[in-house]
Write a protein that binds this ligand. Structure first.
Ligand code: NAD
Ligand code: TYD
Length: 354
């Protein structure tokens, strides 16, 4: 038995690969294009593991993917590969259409061709697990109930629109062809190996570099936060017990405003690595222009996965954030390696930083 993971060199994918190789004895193939967000440093500890195979390539490659499927005969595919940053999708949406929509479509096509020819028992057991986001449901008012799986899709950014489109293709391949697809919609993740363009690692990195911590708009936008290790355990639970054709929301039950999140980051840094002048890192907070079309609130109702599969998160935001910040402090070389080249170009074009 083997599974194929796509996008396994990114933030969530690499955490998933590492935990899979620790928690199971099943081989894993990682197909990743290594865009700016893919980083093999994340996987250095498993690079020589005989149960791990890395292949550099695109999920949309209509000759490579069928070859891989025929060669390794996976019993499941976990599709993490995507363009994932909302701000980049606003500046350059076309990459999001190419990977998230067309790439996922091509991957579904190749998977369907492979799956159709499997023996009946393998066909039934096969799973295509499509990793998606809560952002496809749009934006909530302060009083609205959290997103349930039955909420309608109302994506507002080019990123969430492209993820919504890929979710619709995944759904259609189950309903039309019977391909055993499951989709998960998860809230904001944080943890080790997150690229420092996303809020939490961005603020840790900039706080330590004595740079402003940019808060979009009034900073009162709300996100639900889940530690990446809990997301990975939820994905394993869905892979084991999830029903073909089902969708599962995954969340941490930890709604916070962005100001609260950045405030917490500052407090933990004040404790673990105080500024030399004795002031709090909070003095580096700076309000900047809002993100166009910025969704106000996301919140997840994760009752279904809890009731059907017995999954609940193990980490609170307070404990998870502290261990995450410790990880960034202990892994400054990782940060330095990713904050060169392409990263600097993004900082210059988005924040006007030299
Ligand atoms: P990421 O940007 O850190 O990593 C994406 C990975 O996909 C990178 O390794 C990249 O090289 C690879 N990739 C991109 N295009 C590819 C292609 N065409 N073919 C093969 N590989 C390609 O993203 P992430 O934060 O780890 O998110 C992973 C998945 O989880 C995405 O589908 C995202 O939509 C979803 N998700 C993320 C979050 C979050 O908070 N980060 C929350 C919910 C859902
Ligand atoms: P982000 O980490 O980009 O995730 P997403 O947009 O997928 O939720 O952003 C999390 C929140 O933080 C979001 O409301 C935007 C906000 N934000 C800032 O206020 N400043 C920043 O520099 C960034 C990158 C994000």
């Amino acid at each position: 038995m083997t599974i194929l993971v796509t996008g396994g060199a990114g933030f969530i994918g690499s955490n998933f690969v590492l935990s899979w190789l620790t928690e199971t004895s099943e081989p894993l193939i990682n197909l990743d294009k290594l865009t700016y967000a893919g980083n093999l440093d994340n996987l250095a500890t498993v690079s020589k593991n005989p149960d791990y195979i890395f292949v550099r390539g695109d999920i949309g490659d209509a000759s490579l993917v069928p070859e891989l499927l025929a060669k390794h005969k996976p019993r499941a595919i976990v599709n993490f590969a995507a363009e994932s940053h909302v701000d980049r999708s606003i500046k350059n949406p076309s990459d999001f259409v190419l990977t998230n929509v067309v790439g996922t479509f091509n991957l579904l096509e190749a998977t369907k061709a492979y799956w159709t020819n499997l023996p009946i028992s393998e066909k039934e057991a096969f799973r295509f697990l499509h990793i998606s986001t809560d952002e496809v449901y749009g934006s909530l008012t302060a009083e609205a109930p959290a997103f349930a799986e039955t909420n309608r899709y109302e994506p507002n950014s080019p990123y969430s629109a492209s993820k919504a489109a890929s979710d619709h293709f995944a759904r259609a391949y189950f309903h039309t062809y019977g391909l055993p697809v499951i989709t998960t919609n998860c809230s904001n993740n944080y943890g080790p190996f997150q690229f420092p363009e996303k809020l939490i690692p961005l603020c840790v990195h900039r706080a330590l570099s004595n740079e402003p911590l940019p808060i979009y708009g009034d900073g009162k936008q709300i996100r639900d936060w889940l530690h990446v290790a809990d997301h990975c355990s939820a994905i394993r639970a869905v892979l084991t017990g999830g029903a073909a054709g089902a969708t599962y929301n995954i969340g941490g039950n930890e709604e916070k405003t962005n100001l609260q999140v950045v405030g917490e980051v500052c407090k933990i840094l004040d404790d673990l690595r105080p500024r030399t002048d004795g002031h709090s890192y909070e003095r580096q907070i700076e309000f900047v222009a809002d993100r166009p079309g910025h969704d106000r609130r996301y919140a997840i109702n994760a009752h279904k996965i809890e009731q059907e599969l017995g999954w609940t998160p193990t980490e609170t935001f307070a404990s998870g954030l502290r261990s995450t910040i410790r990880w960034y402090l202990d892994n400054q070389t990782w940060i330095i390696n990713v904050t060169t080249g392409n990263y600097q170009n993004w900082m210059r074009s988005h924040y006007g930083v030299e």
